[in-house]
Design a protein around this ligand. Structure first.
Ligand code: NAD
Length: 413
């Protein structure tokens, strides 16, 4: 039997919950309980010392009813079958929540990339493609970077794919650098999408930006851009943190100066005229909006009861455990779920793919205009679904997404 902490078990619980609200056709429900295709491969890599080591790689293609499979490839020592399956299911839900024509997939390799030389990493990445090229392609399944995979790794994979297939296909992978065919705006698109959601949420909650106090856990790609964009919009970012700790300034942080401080010192800690706070305490600060933008499972039943924010915008993937979710709901805290709040990233990946297959390059202005429309429309659809079903925003997003996948899937039966 599956354990409760199993991510795929959690994912299926979320599916069942949404299915219950909309009396989902039992046949569709049955189909959605496993990936369309799950592939495990053994990747032989000649190590620098001449020996051969076998690495295990996965690709889970969950559902392509709405478009080609889409999802990143993760390199991590803790990658498991159920994690990859769950992540591919959540990609299906994420793409459907923001109504982009893409399905859901995810890949992974069990490896600690920090223990490999650059040459070994390249041979592993090319090896992954050698084993999986036949199920990938801009018209089949489009990977992207994820945890510990970089644009360089994506570059090796794309090169290997094009060598094997003998044709140029830049849209086979997204998250590429600009000179490799990447999209304008991709670098900060996750945060930009999250900022559009925050703005719409604040309007619905009658919060004025200048009086809205925000705390952000995590100051990496997602968190630092979120701080910058929200602060430009007029919001007061009063606390941020990174792996070394957190800082607070009640009158609001100067994010540009803070970014410079982080570049110079490697951390937000020690920024002038701030007091320090721990990464646990930042979650329970007295703020209007809390933005987890670092790790999974940081909001748990242990701290959920002490959360004082009136709303949470989940920029990280999976920051809230299912049990904590229930507590937040009981406390009336609004949670803008990850499948909506951080979907700006995959939306601009979709734009990148579209530009590649059409041979176009859009300006940053054009990218942001399209992104804003998708995020704002999706936010209000989920908000209205929440009101319609008298539920939380996460369940509402799943309802909307499952409805969309289901209506297309039904036509194939
Ligand atoms: P990143 O590696 O750039 O940044 C992670 C940040 O978290 C760093 O500032 C790090 O110092 C901090 N951190 C690490 N351990 C911490 C701890 N114990 N407490 C507090 N902070 C800690 O990663 P990222 O790309 O910004 O991703 C962050 C989250 O956003 C992840 O959950 C990721 O899945 C999600 N996400 C990112 C994107 C994207 O486009 N970058 C898209 C969708 C979702």
């Amino acid at each position: 039997m599956l354990e409760v902490s199993n991510p795929f078990f959690n994912a299926m619980e979320q599916l069942d919950k949404a299915a219950g609200y909309i009396s989902l056709d039992e046949r569709i429900h049955t189909i959605l309980k496993q990936p369309d295709r799950f592939i495990e491969v053994a990747i032989p890599v000649v190590m620098d010392n001449g020996t051969v080591k076998i690495f295990t790689g996965y690709r889970s293609q969950y559902n392509n009813s709405l478009g080609v499979y889409k999802g990143g490839i993760r390199y991590h020592w803790n990658v498991t079958v159920d994690e990859v399956k769950a992540l591919s299911f959540w990609m299906t839900i994420k793409c459907a929540t923001v109504n982009i024509p893409m399905g859901g997939a995810k890949g992974g390799v069990i490896v600690n990339p920090k223990e490999l030389s650059e040459g070994e990493l390249e041979r592993l990445s090319r090896g992954y493609m050698k084993k999986l090229w036949m199920v990938l392609g801009s018209d089949k399944d489009v990977p992207a970077p994820d945890v510990y995979t970089t644009p360089q790794i994506m570059g090796w994979m794309r090169d290997e794919f094009e060598k094997i297939t003998g044709k140029k296909d830049p849209g086979v992978i997204t998250g590429k650098s600009l000179d490799q065919g990447g999209s304008e705006g991709r670098g900060f698109s996750t945060a930009q999408g999250g900022a559009y959601c925050t703005r719409e949420l604040a309007k619905n909650m009658n919060l004025v930006p200048e009086e809205t106090r925000i705390a952000i856990q995590g100051f990496g790609n997602a968190g630092s851009h979120m701080a910058k964009i929200l602060s430009k919009m007029g919001y007061k970012i009063i606390a941020v943190s990174d792996s070394k700790g957190g800082i607070v300034m009640n009158e609001g942080l100067d994010i540009e100066a803070l970014t410079k401080h982080k570049e110079d010192t490697g951390s937000v800690v020690g920024f002038a005229r701030t007091t320090e706070i721990s990464n646990d305490d930042i979650l329970t600060m007295d703020v209007d909006i809390l933005v987890p933008a670092a790790l999974e499972n940081v909001i748990t039943p242990d701290n959920a009861k002490n959360i004082k924010a009136t709303a949470i915008v989940e920029l990280a993937n999976g920051p809230t455990t299912p049990d904590a979710d229930e507590i937040l709901k009981e406390k009336g805290i609004i949670v803008v779920p990850d499948v909506l709040a951080n979907a700006g990233g995959v939306t601009v990946s979709y734009f990148e793919w579209e530009q590649n297959v059409k041979g176009e390059h859009w300006t940053e202005e054009a990218v942001l205009e399209k992104l804003e429309k998708i995020m704002v429309d999706s936010f209000h659809e989920v908000w209205n679904t929440k009101l319609q079903y008298n539920t939380d925003m996460r369940t509402a997003a799943f309802i909307k997404a499952v409805e969309r996948v289901s209506s297309t899937l039904k036509e194939t039966l």
